[in-house]
Write a protein that binds this ligand. Structure first.
Ligand code: GAR
Length: 220
């Protein structure tokens, strides 16, 4: 697998399709870095197998074995540090992180969320967008801060809602957009083009809107 300049650690809890997208981007030279480690809080996460099959180091920190979020986060942070990543990518990592953890990796910790933030933080994003009569859903890559899904946006991509859409059909249509969006947004952080300041995410000396820059694949 080709190596880029920066080191990525990717955290996941489930199937790992976004991990697959990072690995494809790396293989085709479109990622400005290399996935050095995949860490999961669930020993049975399918994404761990994807990583192992690709020859990437894996680790599990099973949250059910810790009495507190603080204890879990401390072990997780040590595990991450052991891989010396430049950027930590949350890709379907379904744990709320403590403020201490987030501060430790401030400006290097990014997440993808399946909505056009700041709309629909939290869970069931697609159903809530449908219930609200939205004409588009989408996904946002953002810096992680202590407030859930409230960190400054980097890039977001809108996806039209179609007649008859269900939460499942919309999720299925948004996912391929996530796969293009996320490695691209990670590159901006890996190369230092986008950074986190006290006032928000900064790109070319400009503070980005709360949800980040709108991004449409094949349209840049
Ligand atoms: C993705 O749709 C991602 O946006 C979402 O979990 C899925 C993970 O899929 N993340 C969140 O909901 C975070 N709040 P994957 O395991 O196939 O990459």
């Amino acid at each position: 697998m080709s190596k880029g300049s920066g080191r990525l650690a990717l955290l996941l809890s489930g199937r790992g399709s976004n991990l697959g997208a990072f690995l494809r981007a790396q293989q085709t030279g479109q990622l400005q870095g290399s996935v050095e480690a995949v860490i999961s809080n669930r020993p049975d996460a399918a994404g761990l197998k994807i990583a192992r099959d690709a020859g990437i180091a894996t680790a599990t920190v099973d949250h059910t074995l810790y009495e507190s979020r603080e204890a879990f986060d401390e072990v997780l942070a040590q595990k991450i540090d052991g891989f010396e990543p430049d950027v930590i990518v949350l890709a379907g990592f379904m744990r709320i992180l403590t403020a201490n953890f987030v501060d430790r990796f401030r400006g290097r910790l990014i997440n993808i969320h399946p909505s056009l933030l700041p709309k629909y933080r939290g869970l069931n994003t697609h159903q809530r967008a449908l219930d609200a009569g939205e004409c588009e859903g989408g996904a946002t890559v953002h810096f992680v801060t202590a407030d859930l899904d409230e960190g400054p946006g980097i890039l977001q991509t809108p996806v039209p809602i179609e007649d008859g859409d269900t939460a499942a059909s919309l999720a299925n249509r948004v996912l391929p957009f996530e796969h293009q969006l996320y490695p691209h947004a990670a590159n901006l952080v890996l190369t230092g083009q986008v950074s986190l300041s006290k006032r928000g995410a900064v790109w070319n000396d400009e503070i980005l809107p709360p949800g980040g820059q709108i991004w449409k694949p094949n349209c840049q």
